[in-house]
Design a binder for this molecule. Structure first.
Ligand code: PLP
Length: 404
């Protein structure tokens, strides 16, 4: 049983109002709201455990270290990684991708070598590669898509050459909601002996992810999009790849011994974790993962699927509605335009009705160019949204349309 009232009660912010209207929060692809257990965990750890991790002999430091390392194990279980040394804590998806882009291109790529991305990537899976293109002369190749928002796998196959060194694609599009066939994408790359990075920012909160089952070489995500705190995220990497990559940043934690003559680096995962980690954040992230696990990722996926199908059907009833991303089995992200109402106007007027949506290019300008538009209005759903809220969105859009 999916107890929506109980879930909603776990999120204090959902009971507030904006402009005198009950809040309807449909900006979940940007960040999710936090359940009480996540915020309580941060407060409790600051109030009663706080101490720097790993280097202390004293009680608090050991307790904080145990919590931090237990969180790594919780992440490992959540994505079914083989070993917790394959779980690197970062600041989020963006930092995880930058880490791989920088260290992979430094150690595995030469001028003229190629990385394949897709046309529907978030800027954080484009610009880090472009920085390497500027620095080292690596080349970006782009998987095209259909008008509906499906990647063209036959075109993808044609992009491989003897210079292809890595594929880096998103699992779920943050604009179209397309769920990409990552297993097929990875299998095709592996047939060319090319490793794959999957951007899991928009999949991890909504789908059960098993990094071993899909055989991802790298998988990255942000804590704040899965009901966890801001400023903490994950880079999963297969040990065989992480061992090949040089450290990303230098400092404490990532070393074994330091002298002015020679410094040796720490073992995984610490080799990639220079400086004091956000140990309060990692404990809270683990709380968030336990929270969604208790609801059940399969239950979440089927509840959100029902919401998405309902919303797509209701939105299609609105005259002048243009939906972007109409693929089979799409995730809970819906992008749209109505007539020639500017997305900013639509978003601003919906906001006055208490409905929070996102407007603009959603950090995916190349995708906007492909679609021939400047931006969309985006409604994205999470565990606590309801069909009644979708009805309010539809009524709101109709009201705004009537004004134009
Ligand atoms: N990748 C995708 C697909 C996203 O949707 C986002 C955020 O919207 C990111 C990467 C970047 O995530 P963060 O800003 O948490 O690093």
């Amino acid at each position: 049983m999916y107890d929506i009232q109980k879930i909603r009660a776990d999120f204090p912010i959902l009971s507030r109002s904006v402009y005198g209207k009950p809040l309807i929060y449909f900006d979940n692809a940007a960040t999710t709201q936090k359940p009480r257990c996540v915020v309580d965990s941060m407060m409790e750890e600051y109030y009663s455990v706080n101490a720097n991790v790993h280097r202390g002999v004293h009680f608090l430091s050991q307790q904080a270290t145990n919590l931090h390392e237990a969180s790594r194990e919780t992440v490992r279980q959540f994505i079914n990684a083989r070993s917790s040394s394959e779980i690197i804590f970062t600041r989020g998806t963006t930092e995880s991708i930058n880490l791989v882009a920088s260290t992979f291109s430094d150690s595995q790529m030469k001028e003229g070598d190629e990385v394949i991305v897709s046309v529907m990537e978030h800027h954080s899976n484009i610009v880090p590669w472009q920085l390497q293109a500027e620095r080292k002369g690596i080349v970006l190749k782009v998987i095209p898509m259909t008008d509906e928002g499906e990647l063209l796998l036959s075109e993808y196959e044609r992009l491989f050459s003897s210079r292809t060194k890595l594929v880096s694609v998103t699992h779920v599009s943050n604009v179209l909601g397309t769920v990409n066939p990552v297993k097929a994408i990875i299998d095709m790359a592996h047939a060319h002996n090319v490793p794959v990075l999957i951007d899991g920012a928009q999949s991890i909160p909504h789908l059960k992810v098993d990094v071993q089952a899909i055989d991802a070489d790298f998988y990255v995500f942000s804590g704040h999009k899965i009901y966890g705190p801001t400023g903490v995220g994950v880079l999963y990497g297969k040990e065989k790849w992480l061992d090949k990559l040089p450290p990303y940043q230098g400092g404490g934690e990532m070393i074994k011994n330091v002298s002015f003559e020679k410094t040796t680096y720490n073992d995984l995962p610490f080799k990639f974790e220079a400086g004091t980690p956000d140990y309060i954040g990692t404990t809270a992230l683990a709380e968030a993962l336990k929270y969604v696990s208790a609801i059940g990722m399969d239950n979440i996926a089927s509840y959100e699927k029902e919401l998405t199908q309902y919303a797509m059907q209701r939105l299609r009833e609105i005259p002048g509605m243009r939906l972007f991303g109409v693929t089979e089995g799409k995730g809970s992200v819906i992008s749209f335009l109505v007539g020639n109402i500017h997305p900013f106007d639509m978003g601003t007027l919906l906001d006055r009705l208490g409905i929070a949506v996102r407007t603009g290019h959603h950090c995916a300008e190349p995708l906007m160019h492909r679609l021939g538009i400047e931006g969309t209005v985006r409604a994205s759903f999470a565990v606590y949204n309801t069909k009644e809220e979708i009805d309010a969105l539809v009524a709101g859009i109709e009201r705004v349309s009537a004004m134009f």
